[in-house]
Structure formats: structure tokens, C-alpha cells
Design a protein around this ligand. Structure first.
Ligand code: NZQ
Ligand code: ZN
Length: 389
């Protein structure tokens, strides 16, 4: 196990009715709020009204920025910074999924940067500090509620890039599983796939001595497998929604990656798909995962797949190792299919046309090589995209 410094500073208020803490929590960090949200789901399911009521009851002045798109755009960030500066706002309150939270994080950082916030995403300039943010999560998927990262899209340059800074981590996040009851089936499925992919990215490493972290990762995967389909079939099943919501936070908040060297693979490849085609992140990940697994499976990586197959899928450990590995990949794919996820790029409108450009971009954005479980070069990424067609 490698050395690490443990720090997961976001306070989590988990469970039904936890929204009651919102007013006091905001007052710990700020006095004028920018409330951010997406395309309107929070207005349909009543969460918006409850949040407004709390802000008013607590005499907290607030401004609003709605309409944040999935795969959030840099333009929304520019708009948010302008509102914050014009009104001396000192706290940002995203209410929504990963897109709204990510967008708010970079707004918070961009507030203190004089140039264009895109500079911060492409690392032309460094983030120094950020306005405090606190999140009300409505979709279990990205883990943005408990990490310091954000992924932002620039449609003009066809770029979707991740950026991270400790100051962007939410000060607190409110996780009420009932808020996810209205998440549609396809977004629930995409969320489960995203959580599993974060876990895979942290789990699939070579002999790292991080036994404990690997068992924790298997627990997160088993939770997704056990409750994923239940959450889709019974959207108001509290237990299923609650377990998936907490899995979302634990998969990416550092717990599974501490002590390991985890350089992610499938995410780097997927971000190009959503940059070029604006597809749903979790769906792209689910499509790419089985072909990635098939492609990287070899003698060096075999034991890790056996560990996965036996511990997560319960495959008989007496079987031949390659049989176990292949069955584990088949089971992963069958699971995604059972959630109703399309399993080919063509089904989500992606053909041959941009595969080479996307493979090149994936490599360029990662300084020449993607991932470290099996380092992937341009021709490898292209081969995986082709398998996924
Ligand atoms: O926009 P609204 O109307 O709110 O509808 C959203 C949106 O259409 C809807 N939704 C959210 N909560 C709902 C709901 N519908 C009904 N009831 C609710 N309670 O779901 C749709 C998708 O929302 P979005 O926020 O885009 O989804 P998600 O949470 O999956 O976020 C995806 C974004 O996060 C990035 C992805 O790349 C993508 O851009 N990621 C962020 C990460 C991070 N910060 O650490 C890591 C991830 O790997 C990921 O890359
Ligand atoms: Zn993800």
C-alpha cells in the first residue's frame, strides 16, 4: 500500500428530511446565495419549492441560475460568475445532479480568477481558491457531492475536461434518497453504471497491497449489482435508492483509491464520446467497459479479473482462470443490459466518423497515454472504440 494523507472534508447529511439543516449550514459559510439547477426537474418534483421556502424562512437573499445542461457548458459558468460578482454573492448552492454541482464548482473557482474560466479547465491558469459551495443532490451517479473534481464541456472546441482543486469540494452535501425517486429509469441506469465505473477505475490495478481498499470496492460493486435493478423497477424503494446514493459518494471520494496508484482508463475514453456527441456519461461508460475489459485481459492482468469474478460475481474459483475472467466480463455486460442500457456505440448515434479523432484527443488530454492498469496508446483506444461499435 502506498503512503497517503486522508482528507475527505465534505460534511454529509444523509437521509430523509435532512434538508432541514440547509438554512443553518449555509449560514456557516455565507450570507448571499446563488441557487443553481438544471433543466427543471427540481421544479417538477417539489425540491425547488422546499429549498426556496427554507432560504426565505432563514432570511437568506438569493439569486438563481437554472438551465444548466447535462455535460455542463463553460457558458453557464461564465454566466454564474457574472451574477456572483454583480451581487456580491458569497455562497453557491447547486441543487441537482453532477452537472449542476460540477458547473457550480468551477463558477466558485472562476469567481476569484480575472480571466476566462476556461483557462482554469485547460490548466492555463491555476485555481487558487473558490467560493464555498454546498450541494443538494438529486441524482446518484458522479460522486461530485463529495469530491473536489468537476468535468466541463466546451462545445466550440469539442472538449470535455476534468479539473480538480481541494477548495472546490462542497463544504456540505445533503443526500436525501427520496429526492432520487423521480430520476427516470435511463438516468438511474446511467448513474449505477457511472458508480460502478468509478469503482472499476479504482479497483483494476496491479498487485498494490491495498487489500482493504479492494474489498471496499467489491462491496460498492455488489451494492450496485444488488440494488441497481430494484431502483429501476421500484423507483420509490427507499432502501435501494439509499444504498445507491451512498455508493455514489464512496466510489470516488478517495476511500477506494487511497494507497493505490489509480490512473483512470475508461473515463478518459468516454469523455471524448460525450464531448463529440453529447451522450449521457454513464451510458458511454457502460458501452466501453466490456470491450475495455476484453482488450486489457492478458496473463499479467488475469489474476485481477479472477479476483473480480470470484469476489464480486461469485464465480466458482475452481474453474480455469481465463474462464472465470471471461465469465466476469460477460456478467458485467449482462448486468448493464438488464438495466436497459444500449451496449453499442451505434445505438447512441456514434459511427466510424470520429473514432480516430476521439482516440487522438483522449491520448492528448492524458499526456500521451491513457490509464495504468494497462497503459493504452492511440491505437489501443481506437481498437477499443471499434470493438464498442
Ligand atoms: O437538468 P434537470 O432537469 O435537473 O434533469 C436532470 C438531467 O436531465 C435529470 N435529473 C437529475 N435529478 C433528477 C433528474 N430527473 C428527475 N428527478 C431527479 N431527482 O437527470 C439528467 C442528468 O443530470 P446530470 O446532472 O447531467 O447527471 P449526472 O449526475 O450523471 O452528471 C453527469 C456529469 O457529471 C460528470 C459527467 O462527465 C457529466 O458531465 N462527472 C463528474 C464527476 C465528478 N465531479 O467527480 C465524475 C464523473 O466521472 C463524471 O465525469
Ligand atoms: Zn464517471
Amino acid at each position: 500500500m502506498l503512503n497517503f494523507n486522508y482528507s475527505i472534508p465534505t460534511k454529509i447529511f444523509f437521509g430523509k428530511g435532512q434538508i432541514e439543516v440547509l438554512g443553518n449550514q449555509i449560514k456557516n459559510y455565507g450570507s448571499k446565495v446563488l441557487l443553481t439547477y438544471g433543466g427543471g426537474s427540481i421544479k417538477k418534483n417539489g425540491i425547488y419549492n422546499r429549498v426556496i421556502e427554507i432560504l426565505k424562512d432563514n432570511d437568506i437573499p438569493f439569486w438563481e441560475l437554472g438551465g444548466i445542461d447535462p455535460n455542463p457548458r463553460i457558458d453557464s459558468i461564465r454566466e454564474g460568475i457574472k451574477i456572483c460578482r454583480e451581487n456580491d454573492i458569497d455562497f453557491i448552492l447547486p441543487v441537482g445532479g453532477g452537472s449542476t454541482i460540477d458547473c457550480s464548482k468551477v463558477m466558485a473557482a472562476g469567481f476569484y480568477y480575472e480571466g476566462d474560466p476556461w483557462d482554469l479547465v485547460i490548466r492555463k491558469s491555476k485555481i487558487e481558491k473558490s467560493l464555498p459551495i454546498g450541494a443538494v443532490l438529486t441524482l446518484a451517479a458522479t460522486g461530485s457531492e463529495m469530491d473536489a473534481g468537476a468535468v466541463i464541456t466546451n462545445l466550440e472546441t469539442k472538449q470535455k475536461l476534468g479539473v480538480s482543486h481541494p477548495s472546490m469540494a462542497p463544504k456540505f452535501s445533503i443526500l436525501d434518497p427520496t429526492y432520487t425517486f423521480t430520476v427516470p429509469k435511463n438516468q438511474t441506469a446511467a448513474g449505477v453504471a457511472d458508480i460502478m465505473s468509478h469503482t472499476f477505475e479504482n479497483y483494476f490495478t496491479l498487485e498494490d497491497g491495498a487489500y482493504l481498499q479492494n474489498r471496499l470496492a467489491e462491496a460498492v460493486l455488489k451494492t450496485c449489482i444488488y440494488y441497481g435493478k430494484i431502483a429501476i423497477d421500484e423507483p420509490e424503494n427507499y432502501e435501494a435508492r439509499a444504498n445507491i446514493m451512498w455508493a455514489s459518494s464512496l466510489a470516488i471520494n478517495g476511500l477506494l483509491s487511497y494507497g493505490k496508484e489509480t490512473i483512470w482508463s475508461v473515463h478518459a475514453m468516454e469523455h471524448e464520446l460525450s464531448a463529440y456527441y453529447d451522450i449521457t456519461h454513464g451510458i458511454g461508460l457502460a458501452i466501453l467497459t466490456p470491450p475495455w475489459m476484453e482488450y486489457v485481459l492478458d496473463d499479467t492482468r488475469l489474476d485481477k479479473f479472477v479476483e473480480y469474478g470470484v469476489n464480486v460475481w461469485g464465480i466458482d474459483s475452481d474453474k480455469d482462470k481465463y474462464t472465470i475472467a471471461k465469465e466476469s466480463i460477460d456478467k458485467t455486460k449482462e448486468f448493464f443490459i438488464s438495466l436497459g442500457i444500449p451496449m453499442t456505440l451505434r445505438e447512441v448515434g456514434i459511427g466510424e466518423e470520429n473514432l480516430e479523432n476521439m482516440a487522438k484527443a483522449a491520448i492528448e488530454h492524458k499526456d500521451g497515454v491513457v490509464g495504468n492498469f494497462k497503459p493504452l496508446y492511440c491505437e489501443d483506444v481506437l481498437a477499443i472504440y471499434r470493438r464498442a461499435l
